[in-house]
Design a protein around this ligand. Sequence first.
Ligand code: FES
Length: 275
Amino acid sequence: MYKILSKITLVPTLHEFVIEAPRVAKRCKAGQFIILRIHEEGERIPLTIADFDREKGTITIVFQEVGKSTKQLATLNAGDSMLDFVGPLGEASHIDNYGTVVCVAGGVGIAPVFPIARALKEAGNEVIGIMGCRCKDLIFWEDRMKDACTELRVTTDDGSYVCKGFVTDKLLDLINERGKENIAEVIAIGPVPMMRAVANLTREYGIKTIVSLNSTMVDGTGMCGCCRVTVGGEVKFACVDGPEFDAHAVDFEEMMRRGRIYKEEEQKSLEKYTN
Ligand code: FES
């Protein structure tokens, strides 16, 4: 069993758990993920690792309540335990000294971007963070991101905090300020339409861009095919080939179509759980 050491509700329906999982913490690297299961009959929930502490043997996860399983997960508190906590899974982020790197985080994507930005800064990069949420109430981990980045720019869709605009507006400003040749790489994590918008923008400027794909997963070991995505015309499994891929080669339309396949079942399951 894996014990929850602390629980913080960051914004309504968004929670941070610190889990006691020393074997995962010992081996994990930025960009990897875990799959958890609350109990024997629970659905497998894949979550990108938001932070880790090797000495304390802990893993931090951040999740949003969207369906039955994540709502059920949110009912757990510090001191409770979960049955499975498998990881680290997937390939770690490629960390090197590239020069200037832009880490773009949208909504709950702020959590998985954080350890990548920190690792890139530790590797000697200038890390410019851009984080955006729909509104002020949904902003979280701004202080952590400030520490992890050399410079942080924040935006909200509705302008209720710092300034109004999308992360792509901030990214375009930055490209214009710095010049495309002075940005070595962009890493974008967030909702699929956001990652697609970032990819479309940077493709125009020829800036290498990496996205982390949160496809639906079952086994997380490349066996079931559930997480398949098309990248550069080839079938890839996000759980073992990813979760990070070249954003300019990802078929986002197909990914969004596949993401909607289980919508009806998910809705029914949620209704049954909440009624
Ligand atoms: Fe089954 Fe990736 S989750 S192949």
